[in-house]
Design a protein around this ligand. Sequence first.
Ligand code: SF4
Length: 199
Amino acid sequence: MAKQLGFHVDATYCAGCKTCQVACKDRSNLEVGQLFRKVVMYENGEWAMVSGTWRNNVTAYYLSISCNHCADPTCVKVCPTGAMHKREDGIVMVDQEKCVGCQSCVWACPYDAPQYNPETGKIGKCDLCADRLDQGLRPVCVDACPFQLISAGDIEELAAEKGGTDWVKGLVDPQRTQPSLRINPPKGAMTSPVGREKK
Ligand code: SF4
């Protein structure tokens, strides 16, 4: 199998501080309203009557999400100019010269990763800090996390080393794009395929 870079996120201990989000936004010099990485809070659970007593399994957790450099990326499939493309190492990139700002990728991506910039009329998104990787450095989100919960690298190696799943409740069915993402799930997160949600 060809090399496929991606992210591992240990959401078990994520405190939702958004340092990764801020570092990414700063590095990419993004305007207000644009995020290439975002920390979202997901709420889950319900109340139920058990043996005459109301009980709950309610939980809430944070997920740090960016482009997942999917193995089967819908953004690449729908791009009419070839601007959205995959490098040999699996990183999904936007060629700014070819991008015409049609936003087909914005509608197609189930992870809300591509961001339209009205100033430039072009699309931008996480490129896994490819320029930094090419210099032997880590992506800024990886460096910034105060708990060192984000890792980048070959997704198979990350999965073997750190485990994790490609789906927790709150994300779409990974069969749609085969995201290069592994998450160590937060406490209380549903990870069973049963009841997987489709966006
Ligand atoms: Fe494309 Fe979205 Fe997958 Fe990134 S997360 S590769 S933008 S489909």
